[in-house]
Design a protein around this ligand. Structure first.
Ligand SMILES: [Zn+2]
Length: 434
């Protein structure tokens, strides 16, 4: 502790004092104080002492400025950010603590963020059992005896539990345009990784199989549950031949009296694919670039009473067309990682709902096609191999076998919402979560 006290004192007296009176010194004083958060009494004592006070026989008074920097460094090194399913509990986090006891008291702002130990053997753990589904925030705080805070560390827990009753069912569908499964698996995607820990899923699924692998037939098949030989949309921008009897899951939900919200960065999704005939009071539509579409939908999910939310994210497709649909292309990988950040925003919206603990949420994620080079459309595995994830606190984890398609999205969504699927609809997909 001695070197720290002397270091802090000598810096305070020589450097700071030399600078006092100059405008630079004033700036240093102003900029240092808020960052270090030293105790006012310590500043006063140091500034009023003569420069040669260190030479006296009495021990130097305690200087808390070192506490501030050491404690901040110790707290900064921690990671207290968790995404948890029911039944998961993270191990305690050791807190390396190079700070003297005089530096103050470490405390938690919430009962679920539990501190143990003292001296150099401290730990923090999450009391998951005390938490309900939701987005929980707290902090560790290091306080001086006068109550001032030296340093803080935020802690966040995002927790999904299966509700006791599964009667209030809700769905969020997140579509990534043109996201190859190998690139999705190669990218850093902590939010998707979380969803995949409790999911029925396949990363060896296939697109619709009757026409070129482009967006309009891909999303039409995803939303209707039938292939282009039935819905008759075989190219982007060409909807004249569409067979409207094959309705999207948005329309089927509305037909059953459920309201929906749709956001997209590709306008055809809300102007062509999701039926224009649906009443505006039943379907709210939004068109904006990916991060803004996600934030808008997240805000709707935070407060909305709708049962169905669908967002289409376009950035992987845009990056693939400009620089290549390849896991070796950093821009393509970055676009997929951007989708993951947007997915985090969307999940935070759901977790922020006051009623989330009583709701049974399902998250369905898929894509419309793969790609190779800077294009897509051919009928080969690079373009037709896709992925499908159905995740939620009530979902039984399952590695889905062969035959998984993005056409599974419609029956999965409709069955989850309790919409009776009629044989006359001739859905070609399979419900993958119950
Ligand atoms: Zn596409």
């Amino acid at each position: 502790m001695g070197w720290g006290v002397r270091f802090a004192r000598s810096w305070d007296t020589r450097e700071m004092r030399a600078a006092l009176g100059s405008s630079l010194g004033l700036m240093l004083s102003l900029s240092c104080q808020p960052a270090v958060q030293v105790r006012p009494d310590v500043i006063s004592s140091g500034d009023s002492s003569p420069v040669d006070a260190q030479a006296s026989d009495s021990p130097p008074s305690f200087d808390a400025s070192h506490c501030g920097t050491s404690a901040a460094a110790a707290l900064d090194a921690l990671t207290l950010d968790y995404r948890l399913w029911d039944g998961e509990a993270p191990p305690p986090v050791d807190i390396p603590w190079p700070v003297a006891p005089q530096c103050g008291t470490l405390s938690s702002t919430a009962p679920w963020l539990v501190l143990s130990g003292d001296g150099a053997t401290r730990a923090a753990r999450i009391d998951v059992a005390s938490l309900a589904s939701g987005l929980h925030r707290a902090a560790l705080e290091l306080r001086a005896s006068d109550g001032s805070v030296f340093a803080t560390k935020a802690a966040t827990v995002r927790l999904f539990r299966a509700p006791r009753a599964r009667t209030d069912r809700r769905v969020m569908v997140v579509g990534y345009d043109g996201a190859r499964p190998d690139a999705v698996e190669a990218a850093r995607t902590p939010v998707l990784d979380f969803l995949r820990r409790r999911a029925a899923q396949s990363f060896d699924a296939r697109t619709q199989l009757t026409t070129q692998t482009v967006s309009a037939p891909g999303w039409m098949s995803t939303l209707t549950g039938v292939d282009p030989s039935r819905h008759r949309v075989e190219a982007n921008g060409q909807y004249a031949a569409r067979d409207g009897t094959h309705r999207t899951f948005v329309a089927r939900a509305v037909d059953a009296g459920l309201r929906a919200v749709v956001a997209t960065a590709w306008e055809e999704v809300i102007t062509q694919i999701v039926e224009q005939s649906l009443p505006a009071a039943m379907v709210d539509r939004h068109f904006q670039l990916d991060p803004f579409a996600a934030r808008w939908l997240a805000q709707r999910a935070r407060t909305g009473s709708e049962r169905l939310y669908f967002v289409h994210l376009n950035d992987p497709d845009a990056a693939g067309h400009s620089t290549g649909f390849s896991l070796d292309n950093p821009r393509y990988i970055e676009a997929i990682e951007g989708c993951d950040r947007n997915l985090g925003v969307l999940l935070d919206g759901v977790l922020s709902r006051p009623s989330v603990a009583n709701e049974d949420w399902l998250f369905v994620l898929t894509t419309d096609h793969g790609g190779r080079g800077t294009t897509h459309g051919p009928l080969d595995d690079d373009n037709r191999r896709i992925w499908f994830v159905a995740s939620g606190p009530s979902v039984t984890p399952e590695a889905l076998g062969a035959g998984v398609s993005h056409m599974d999205t419609a029956p999965t969504v409709l069955q989850w919402l309790g919409v009776a699927i009629e044989s006359a609809w001739a859905l070609q997909g399979t419900a993958r979560a119950r």
